[in-house]
Ligand binder design. Structure first.
Ligand code: IVH
Length: 701
């Protein structure tokens, strides 16, 4: 769960930075483990990114904290920063593009002129598909794969040797056969087949992981992992199509070289055809275009290459592309149709996604009736309205997109789309969170219903039973998923009603008497639960373990908490002030808590759960006999004898409540040098102001 860290990094003392850095490292590493090893992330991407950003910000400010092999240098950090750089022995170039038929004829004309060929001199080319993946260069020395690099800027790429070694298709670790040059750099494309891509996305979705937009993105995301054990789990393949540095020639023609490369263990782009004229090339192009949808991988065009290498040599390069080759690209597949409706889908993490419902239209051989509109800002930017005629595109992406509106066909009665501010599934408010630091609204609007929203139930239940929440032994994600499938879980309270399904459960594979008994006993045990765990388990946005504990410490018991939330419903008055006075609270979080606890639907879910529970036990209160037990303290200004966090922890352990803002309920304000508005507030409310030494004296040193 996300945590609001209001303090700007620039204001952290080195010690605070160190503590927070360590905590972040630990937290991020835990999420990484869950994401990558267990394939079961426990935070949204946005929350995860926020943690990462904060960590990097701290490291920027306090560079000593960035350790080699630390979290920031691993998975998910900007890969360019994490991989070693490799200078290519020969630059990795790109290809010139042709779109129209006559550009292909021009290409041949240029070559003929350059080589000064006579009208009846035969010019042989090969034609092969242009794979939509990412290019890589594999270097072999004495037959051994020694280095693999991405293209990067063409001069310098990233060292992905360890990752490339995990590929199960197309990359020999040692060259087969014999006759290979001592130095051989094979260049080609790392890609994913469509079937593998769909399977991967299925698994990712199952695990709540990242969903890739298309096979290319999936391949790129999978190859550029700083942890090669992740790459190893991804179904990547490699097609060779050319070479870089070689210590001896591979052959006289492309076809010969292709044969030899295949012989040494590589898989080359196919189908390949030999062509002698523009007509041949175009026939190949049309044939492949027609078969495009049936090929196992995504292609974005075809490539024509002069077959004779001596001619390639003579032709050479213009700027960054060879004169002897060209990519003949397929046009993006587009069509016009009518936007009949905009549906709002709610994802497993509560994100509201607008989906265009279209009058079905054929786009490049595929019937399209749904297309993504991305998010509410995109709808506004493109001014897409229901009734509009829109241009739909499939461009390698599996998910078709609405590109633009045909404005000439706009009718005055088409009104701007009103994005809902309530979740269409559960009716809870759907909100765009404001980044506390940048003050910018998130592009994604989210349902605030958490586990109480049917669309988020699965995700919510997973969180509910997780370690830091109800922690029910034997009830992990697998079981939750299964019981959910059986239709036994509609809300968290149903976990405590599973006992009525025992006879059915015993009939299922993998559930014996002992395991079912143990599970039921474990569930029974949790009918008594800590108040802090209870709050955390609800999955209220922004309320992680730490805030849940602070809330649980602040109210005597669950009933008084709920009553107080009812009283705070209007976001004003004593109960509200009391809530936002809790440390680490702030408006955004308080708002989320009040919304969650007072909305009819989510409140019912809480009440159902409470009915099933025997006891919700307040956390052990820290020492009650200290001078500050039960007092509310606010720290302000810079403290000199300990960090703010230490001071707070100490106060909490002595039974004090620590608040973030001064109100008339505050008992003490401990003010160090530089104290500002809080000091003024204290004076206004007549609250006792203590120096750090006064405070120490009060708590007994
Ligand atoms: S030949 C010296 N052949 O397309 C140039 N490239 O847009 C060698 N690509 O950077 C490139 N399929 O990543 C070649 N059959 C193919 C290809 C291919 C895909 C990629 C490659 C290149 C990019 C240029």
């Amino acid at each position: 769960m996300s945590r609001q860290r209001a303090k700007p990094v620039a204001d952290l003392s080195p010690r605070q930075a160190k503590l927070e850095h360590a905590r972040l490292e630990e937290e991020i590493a835990a999420h990484d483990r869950r994401y990558h090893q267990e394939d079961a992330p426990s935070v949204s991407d946005a929350d995860y990114d926020a943690l990462k950003r904060r960590l990097l910000e701290i490291e920027d400010q306090f560079p000593d904290l960035a350790t080699l092999g630390g979290v920031s240098s691993r998975v998910g950090a900007a890969p360019a920063a994490g991989f070693a750089k490799v200078k290519h022995a020969k630059p990795m170039l790109s290809l010139d593009n042709a779109f129209a038929d006559d550009e292909v004829a021009d290409f041949l004309g240029r070559i003929r002129r350059f080589l000064n060929l006579k009208i009846d001199d035969e010019l042989t080319l090969i034609a092969e598909p242009k794979i939509d993946g990412l290019s890589a260069s594999l270097r072999y020395e004495n037959g051994e794969l020694v280095r693999a690099a991405t293209r990067g800027d063409g001069q310098e790429g990233e060292d992905v040797t360890a990752n490339i070694r995990t590929l199960k298709h197309g990359v020999p670790h040692r060259l087969h056969g014999k006759g290979w040059p001592d130095v051989l750099e094979v260049r080609g494309e790392v890609y994913m087949t469509r079937t593998d891509f769909l399977k991967l996305n299925g698994a990712q979705e199952e695990a709540g992981g990242k969903i890739f937009a298309n096979p290319r993105n999936a391949a790129a995301g999978s190859l550029r992992q700083l942890d090669s054990s992740i790459t190893a789990k991804r179904p990547l393949r490699f097609f060779g199509y050319y070479w870089g540095e070689i210590s001896a020639p591979l052959g006289r023609t492309m076809l010969e070289c292709r044969d030899r490369l295949e012989h040494w263990g590589f898989t080359l782009n196919s189908p390949v055809t030999v062509c002698h004229s523009a007509e041949d090339l175009l026939a190949y192009y049309r044939d492949i275009a027609a078969r495009r949808a049936t090929l196992p991988f995504d292609i974005d065009g075809v490539v024509y290459k002069v077959d004779r290498l001596d001619w390639q040599e003579r032709l050479g390069f213009v700027s960054r592309s060879p004169r002897w080759a060209i990519a003949h690209k397929f046009p993006a597949e587009q069509a016009q149709t009518i936007l009949e409706k905009i549906d709002i889908q709610v994802g497993r993490t509560g994100a509201l996604t607008p989906v265009a419902k279209l009058k079905p239209v054929n786009v490049g051989g595929v019937l399209v009736s749904n297309a993504t509109l991305h998010n509410e800002d995109e709808i506004a930017r493109k001014d897409v309205r229901v009734g509009d005629t829109v241009i739909v595109q499939r461009a390698g992406d599996v998910i078709p997109q609405v590109v633009s509106v045909v404005m000439e066909k706009r009718k005055p009665e088409f009104v701007p789309f009103q994005f809902p501010d309530k979740c269409p599934v559960c009716g809870a408010p759907a909100e765009r969170e404001t980044d506390p630091k940048s003050g910018e609204a998130d592009v994604v609007r989210r349902c605030t219903g958490s586990v109480t929203c049917p669309a988020q139930l699965m995700e919510g239940l997973r969180h509910f039973v997780s370690r830091s929440a109800f922690d029910i032994e034997g009830l992990g994600e697998k079981q939750i998923a299964a019981f959910y499938e059986f239709g036994w879980l509609k809300e968290p309270a149903d976990i405590f009603r599973l006992n009525k399904h025992v006879p059915d459960l015993l009939k299922k594979d993998g559930y014996g008497d002992t395991s079912v008994n143990n599970l039921m006993r474990a569930i029974e045990e949790r009918r008594t639960i800590g108040f802090d765990r209870f709050i955390h388990a609800l999955g209220i946005r922004h309320v992680g373990q730490e805030r849940a504990r602070l809330v649980a410490l602040h109210y005597p018991d669950v009933r008084s908490w709920l009553d107080a939330m009812d009283a705070a419903k209007d976001r004003e008055g004593e109960a509200w002030d009391d809530l936002i006075g809790i440390d680490k609270m702030g408006d955004v979080v308080a708002h989320a808590i009040v919304t969650f606890t007072t909305r009819r639907h989510s409140r019912a879910v809480i009440e159902h759960l409470l009915k099933e529970l025997k006891d919700v036990v307040p956390p052990a209160r820290p020492a009650q006999d200290s001078a500050v037990a039960g007092k509310t303290v606010v720290f302000t200004g810079s403290l000199e004898k300990f960090t703010r966090d230490e001071a707070k922890a100490r106060a909490l352990s002595l039974g004090a409540k620590v608040a973030g803002s001064v109100s008339k309920k505050t008992d003490y304000v401990v003010a160090g040098p530089g104290a500002g508005s809080k000091l003024a507030e204290a004076q206004k409310h007549g609250v006792a102001v203590l120096s750090e030494d006064d405070w120490l004296a009060l708590i007994g040193g």
